[in-house]
Design a protein around this ligand. Structure first.
Ligand SMILES: Nc1nc2c(ncn2[C@@H]2O[C@H](COP(=O)(O)OP(=O)(O)O)[C@@H](O)[C@H]2O)c(=O)[nH]1
Ligand SMILES: [Mg+2]
Length: 306
């Protein structure tokens, strides 16, 4: 037995930037919301729901993990989409660990090949998360596991249900092990880098996505025009951007019914998330090709930094 007292059991804290990447709709935002325990990033069944780089911050006695939610990796068609892809690739460069989310309930295709090629040169720890296992049988999961194992030999492969939380704590504990030693970057109580008004505008966009079909979701954005606090009341003035006159008509609805429904749902959720009374004003604005307009992209905080 050594004479000296046992070395301090105090472990050095860890700090890890975790890039969360994958095809649109793989479940990236769902996983981050689950790990943080709050809606940081909106979720819908529409691909390309996440447009910005959004941080989800998890602090525990072990240290701090910063999850970087990214727009999905896919071949870009619009200027908006090119920026979204660049956002995803930049967060990989800046990360200590990466999570590649794969929708295991979908057949393997060209889009998945594109993602594998994009992440092949990643030289830090990589976890491939085969997500949505609640939807599939083991017999379909096993071939997918060995395929990803062959394509990305350095990666660790973990089946997951981000929705139900199956294996989410396993993922988290692997991340604590893989994160380098370091000091936290954010205060312990901070859970995201996005402002409350940004999150409120995103909740409006989520409600629109939930109630529209086909091309409309891609053609829609929510712009923050004004927000102010007046006593107990949080006043929010947003504009919904659409590309065509016909889309404007859809978003307004018969006698304003669509806008009213979206507004009510969004206001109720914003009040719940932030615990304060909200007045929400929604305008609809139509601008041809806003997705290619640098001015609108800047107003939407979709500039070069994502
Ligand atoms: N059944 C099931 N659905 C999931 C799971 N994870 C995500 N989803 C759904 O998949 C859709 C896309 O999820 P989202 O997190 O927005 O994907 P993202 O585009 O990668 O951020 C949403 O409808 C989610 O509810 C899962 O583990 N199981
Ligand atoms: Mg997302």
């Amino acid at each position: 037995m050594p004479e000296n007292p046992a070395p301090s059991t105090q472990l050095a804290t860890r700090f890890g930037m975790v890039a969360v990447v994958g095809r649109p709709n793989a479940g990236k935002s769902t996983l981050i919301n689950h790990l943080i325990g709050q809606k940081i990033s909106i979720v819908s069944e529409k691909p390309q729901t996440t447009r910005h780089r959004i941080l989800g911050i998890r602090t525990s006695e072990k240290g701090q993990l910063v999850f970087v939610d990214t727009p999905g990796i896919h071949r870009p068609l619009f200027k908006l989409n090119r920026r979204m892809l660049r956002t995803a690739m930049t967060s990989l460069e800046d990360s200590d660990v990466a999570l590649l989310l794969v929708d295991a309930s979908e057949g393997f295709g060209r889009g998945d090949k594109f993602v594998i090629e994009a992440i092949k040169t990643y030289d830090r720890p990589l976890l491939v998360l085969l997500n949505k296992i609640d939807l599939i049988r083991k017999s379909r999961l096993l071939p997918l596991m060995s395929m990803y194992g062959e394509a990305l030999p350095a990666a660790e492969i973990i089946p997951l249900s981000a929705l139900r939380g199956d294996n989410a704590s396993l993922v988290e504990s692997r991340l604590w092990e893989l994160a380098p030693e370091g000091e936290p970057m954010f205060p312990a109580e901070q859970i995201t880098d996005r402002s409350n008004v940004f999150r409120a505008a995103e909740i409006v966009r989520e409600k629109i996505l939930n109630h529209t079909r086909e091309e409309l979701p891609w053609a829609t954005a929510v712009r923050i025009d004004q927000d102010e606090v007046e006593g107990d009341l949080w006043r929010l003035y947003f504009s919904i951007l659409v590309e065509k006159r016909s889309q404007r008509a859809i978003v307004i609805g018969k006698g304003g019914s669509f806008l009213k429904m979206v507004g009510t749902e969004a206001r109720e959720e914003i009040e719940k998330v932030f615990g304060r009374k909200v007045y929400l004003s929604l305008q609809v604005e139509h601008e041809e090709r806003w997705r290619d307009s640098p001015r609108q992209l800047a107003l939407l905080e979709l500039g070069d930094d994502g």
